[in-house]
Design a protein. Sequence first.
Length: 427
Amino acid sequence: MYRIFTILIVLLAFSYSTKAQITKHVLFLGNSYTYVNDLPIILTSLASNTGDNLIFQQNTPGGYSLQGHSTDPTSLGLIQQGNWDYMVLQEQSQKPSWPISQVMNEVYPYAKTLCDTFYSNNPCSKPLFFMTWGRKNGDSYNCPNWPPVCSYEGMDSLLNLRYRMLADSNKAYVSPVGAVWHYIIDNYSNIELYSSDESHPSLEGSYAAACTFYSLIFQKDPMGITDNYGIDPDVAQNIRFAAKLIAFDSLQKWNVGVYPIAQPNAQFQFQQLADTVYFTNLSTDAMSYLWNFDDGSTSTLENPAHYYPLVGPYNVILEVEKCGVRDTTLKVVTVAHGADGIKNIEQIKARIYPNPVTDSFVLEFENTQLVNNLSLFDIAGNKLSEIESIKSDKITMYLNRFKNGIYFIRFKINEVEYEYKVVKVKE
């Protein structure tokens, strides 16, 4: 029995040690609250301690605001670089606690600009707002004109509220560093989170921030961290417990899972014209497409056209994907060449030129013909123009007012319907 137990312990240990490493790419945009004590470096160390990996870049000039970041070439360039899992946004330490009218004018628009830019370049990722903390004795500078910030409690409660509002309005996460600090201040009077200026973090304060970010970014219990980062072991343990209780145990409170990325929905329609089927993609929230035409061929185009050499039913499948989530839909396409009596114009010794078309094309017959219902269609089957009847051996049609793409003309001669494809291109 002893030997079996020992083997089980070894197997469990091996299983734990071979778990896939989680790597997260994080962009930090903030100011001195982020760069003092090298918060991203501390977080990197904690992640490494638990077998994970943090790759980061930062732009954190002292005193910087979200307004500054919203036009800063370095910040915008880093966002547009893409491949980020999270973008951490930290506002100037006082601004979010100001009167709501000022916050709405001086904070919210720039947070939205940064988040919109981030989403457009990182559609599978999330902004992560860095909830900061009230100053140890409040904001003495703004206190005379705005009494709510005269104390730590008043300033901190406003910061907590405003950061959660920022996160909600941008469908983002919030890292509740300020809330973790509040718990530590209330329950561990021996832990000094502030530096001597009563505003910036001490090493313990930055360690608390790193444990909080660890909980949100890796969504793991910080109690699994054994790296004390030079801090007294008992103090570090209490800080990790605070981060677990406030952040990790209440991830949904900080919007994790509350605003999921829109899932793709696969939809399409099609139209058969002569020997080719034209597919119109109606999918929503999709980033990539895979068509299976049920004849051994596929396509990754958004709106493909496919030639079927043989008649018969085909089960056409469209699979769409976004952020690792897939959806599929199937439609039966019945291909029957000439099923509607539609014939190619070569059968009546007619031709179209030039093709491709830049401005206009000529439909020319060998002999004068009475042409009825001469119509122009786009690739989706929408009728764009029609001539009810015309007798001629040469008809000119204009495409200059239409965008580039594939078009079809249809007409009847002696009750037999004909059609032909034309392609409009740039001059």
